[in-house]
Design a protein around this ligand. Structure first.
Ligand code: NAG
Ligand code: NAG
Ligand code: NAG
Ligand code: NAG
Ligand code: NAG
Ligand code: NAG
Ligand code: NAG
Ligand code: NAG
Ligand code: NAG
Ligand code: NAG
Ligand code: NAG
Ligand code: NAG
Length: 624
């Protein structure tokens, strides 16, 4: 089956105007003219590329539409005035080149004239497509280079040892070159030689084809004590975090998320007094979180989520006055909450084993915007009214705490206008809690997997009338939904209820509509084809019957999943398919005739299930 393969990190955005009003930035270089040989080398460099509209999401700043900076490179203009070029006052030597986000498409070979330009101090080639070139060892010749940025540019292969000659480097960004590998000996040479490095970003080096034997070989000497920023996220590091981390006394940001570091979180980290961001999430850390955070007085954000940490929440962390965000989700932390905290704006303790009631201090946290306490073992009664003092509260998740009950009293005298997300799934709720009326501006509401039964009450249709976008009521015992009055609703999930009668049709801007596993009957009205933005339509496992509208194959170009499985549909399959369909499931109906050739237009199709129908002919030969 044919699949279109785009490099995953490239985004084609039609909503961006590609007619770029390129108003290149001219810096004032008084009398300096750039030396002719350097100009020539730049022009030759330019000519090794074509420019194609490669749009990276990160390049699309509102005020800065990306465009090929080399467009302004004209032979009759002083190259010091060219876009992206910086010359040295006096000599005119080229000392800076910023061609980031410039749509360059082509390879950089070792014979490139770029390497004739020896004076560079800053070189930024990020966000281009160098077509899986290797990083030439000649990059090691820019001996005065302080900043090198080759992020997100489709470089491939092993990082050359020669980069370790760049002893003046302050900032090195090689992030997001998916096929780039860094082996231990090269890494060690970096650590030995690049003593000035303040910023190192290797984020997203992935090479799954070869194991380059990466190990965490952070420097064991004191040479790199001046490192301020370390980003080794998604690098496939394994093993223990070395005690020598404690030598990084100037460090302000540590991000090693999504590796496979194991063992305990070393206590030496807790001496790094300048640390502001500590992101260790998605590793294999075990044991208890050391309760000795008192020296990290600058800490703003700590994420230890998705590890295997046990024991109690460290109360010392809750006392840090600068700390704003805590994410300890998806661990096995247990016990009660600490009794005190201040200043928090985000607290995510989802999926642990925390016990006891939600502590009082939570309701005093004026800045709290996001509280995620789903899937713990909390108990007690939640008076939603207690949240009414939290004027900044936006997201509230309390789902899946078996012993935590919601006060469903009809009498309340507050509103929670700032809350836009409420998740009360897996909560044992028997009926729509009247307190929902307090959430006047709710955008996303999840009440799935409860025991809500019967009709949807009329007052519920008034909630979030102008704001609700996301409504999940799946796996309840609802029998009837009358209307979809919400102006902005896009995502509607009602699967696994007892809905009867005709298929209700959501408003035209819906993108997701799932009523699978209900008891709906009757035909699918052709008005469903007004849903031109629909991406997912799942009507499976109902009692729907009759012919399906002919327009169902091409009413929404964005349709990616169409599931009609296990109904009583009959007649022929629509003739015209023109969508980005990935999955088409018609199994278990009474469709007749043959598969339409137009399915060939659906080049993304991965799943096609037409079994158990009355179709004739063999599985079509053209479909492989
Ligand atoms: C670059 O340097 C090489 C060898 O050093 C030389 O042959 C070539 O002509 C130079 N190219 C430019 C454009 O100066
Ligand atoms: C540079 O090297 C590449 C690859 O070896 C080759 O295809 C290209 O022709 C060379 N360019 C020049 C100007 O020599
Ligand atoms: C590197 O910088 C030093 C000191 O500023 C200077 O003397 C030298 O000429 C520079 N080298 C190059 C190749 O630009
Ligand atoms: C590491 O990479 C360098 C540079 O690409 C290469 O010369 C060296 O042989 C590699 N070493 C190992 C052990 O793979
Ligand atoms: C470290 O830098 C020096 C000076 O540039 C260089 O001679 C040496 O080979 C480098 N060491 C490594 C391991 O690359
Ligand atoms: C590298 O360049 C890109 C694009 O200009 C930028 O977003 C990124 O922050 C740069 N990296 C560093 C470390 O400055
Ligand atoms: C490394 O630490 C030792 C002992 O603290 C000190 O004498 C030496 O100067 C340091 N070296 C550097 C390069 O900072
Ligand atoms: C760096 O860390 C190692 C291991 O913890 C330690 O032995 C060494 O003394 C530390 N060096 C400095 C300068 O703190
Ligand atoms: C992570 O490392 C552990 C051993 O510490 C190993 O058992 C596990 O398979 C590794 N996981 C991945 C995803 O590499
Ligand atoms: C905090 O800093 C003080 C003073 O430097 C030191 O004595 C103490 O051991 C540190 N505590 C932790 C937990 O590192
Ligand atoms: C945290 O601060 C509170 C109030 O200032 C204080 O009572 C408590 O002892 C502190 N806890 C820790 C672990 O420092
Ligand atoms: C709301 O009701 C609670 C008790 O139910 C009461 O303590 C509180 O003062 C009331 N608030 C307002 C603003 O009326």
């Amino acid at each position: 089956m044919k699949l279109l393969c785009f490099p995953i990190f490239i985004f084609f955005f039609s909503r961006f105007q590609l007619t770029c009003s390129s108003s290149p930035f001219y810096s004032s270089h008084d009398a300096t003219l750039c030396p002719g040989d350097q100009k020539l080398a730049l022009l030759q460099f330019k000519n090794t590329f074509s420019t194609s509209q490669i749009l990276y999401e990160d390049c699309n700043e509102e005020h800065k539409v990306p465009y090929p900076k080399t467009d302004s490179w004209k032979e009759d203009v002083d190259c010091c005035l060219w876009d992206g070029v910086t010359c040295e006052d006096g000599t005119g030597n080229l000392i800076g080149l910023d061609l980031s986000c410039s749509w360059l498409y082509g390879s950089i070979h070792s014979n490139s004239s770029l390497f004739n330009l020896s004076h560079f101090q800053r070189l930024n080639l990020a966000y281009n497509n160098f077509r899986e070139s290797e990083i030439s060892p000649k990059f090691g010749r820019f001996s005065n280079l302080t900043h090198l940025n080759l992020s997100t540019s489709s470089f491939l292969g092993n990082m050359p040892l020669d980069l370790s000659h760049l002893t003046k480097l302050v900032s090195l960004d090689l992030s997001r070159n998916y096929g780039l590998g860094l082996n231990t000996s090269v890494y060690k040479a970096f650590a030995r030689n690049l003593t000035q490095l303040r910023e190192l970003s290797l984020y997203f080096h992935l090479d799954l084809r070869e194991n380059f034997g990466l190990t965490c070989s952070l420097p064991k000497s004191n040479r790199t004590t001046s490192l301020k920023y370390l980003d080794l996220s998604i690098c496939q590091f394994t093993g223990l975090l070395p005690m020598s981390m404690g030598n990084l006394t100037q460090i302000t940001q540590i991000n090693i998320q999504s590796n496979n570091f194991s063992g305990k979180i070393p206590a030496s980290i807790l001496n790094l007094a300048k640390l502001e961001y500590l992101i260790l999430e998605e590793n294999d850390f075990r044991g208890q979180i050391p309760d000795a955070f008192e020296n990290l007085s600058q800490l703003i954000y700590v994420s230890l989520g998705r590890n295997r940490l046990i024991g109690q929440l460290p109360s010392s962390i809750f006392n840090l006055t600068q700390l704003s965000k805590i994410d300890f989700s998806f661990n096995q932390l247990s016990g009660p909450f600490p009794e005190y905290a201040s200043g928090l704006s985000k607290l995510d303790l989802t999926n642990n084993k925390l016990q006891g009631p939600i502590p009082r201090f939570i309701f005093q946290l004026e800045n709290l915007a996001s509280l995620m306490l789903s899937s713990d073992s909390l108990s007690g009664v939640v008076e939603i009214g207690m949240f009414s003092k939290l004027k900044n509260m936006q997201s509230l998740e309390l789902s899946g705490n078996g012993l935590l009950s919601l006060n469903t009293s009809n009498h309340f005298n507050f509103t929670l206008p700032s809350v836009t997300y409420l998740n009360l799934s897996f909560y044992n709720i028997q009926e729509f809690p009247p307190v929902l009326k307090a959430f006047a501006n709710i955008e996303r509401l999840d009440l799935s997997n409860n025991k809500i039964h019967g009709l949807v009450p009329h007052w519920f249709y008034e909630i979030g009338k102008e704001s609700l976008e996301y409504l999940i009521l799946s796996n309840n015992y609802l029998t009837k939904i009358h209307q979809f009055p919400w102006e902005r609703i896009g995502h509607l999930d009602f699967h696994g209820n007892l809905l009867e009668g005709k298929l209700p049709i959501p408003p035209f801007h819906a993108t997701f509509f799932c009523v699978s596993r209900n008891k709906l009957t009757g035909e699918v009205p052709s008005s469903i084809c007004h849903l031109e933005q629909l991406q997912v339509l799942d009507l499976s496992y109902n009692n729907l019957s009759g012919k399906i509208p002919n327009c169902l194959g091409d009413f929404s170009y964005d349709l990616s999943i169409l599931n009609l499985r296990m109904n009583r549909f009959e007649g022929s399959i629509p003739k015209s398919f023109q969508t980005i369909l990935r999955s088409l499931n018609l199994n278990g109906n009474q469709f007749e005739g043959s598969l339409p050739m137009s399915l060939l237009n659906c080049s993304m199709l991965e799943v096609l299930n037409v079994g158990d129908n009355k179709l004739h002919g063999r599985f079509p030969y053209w479909f492989v």
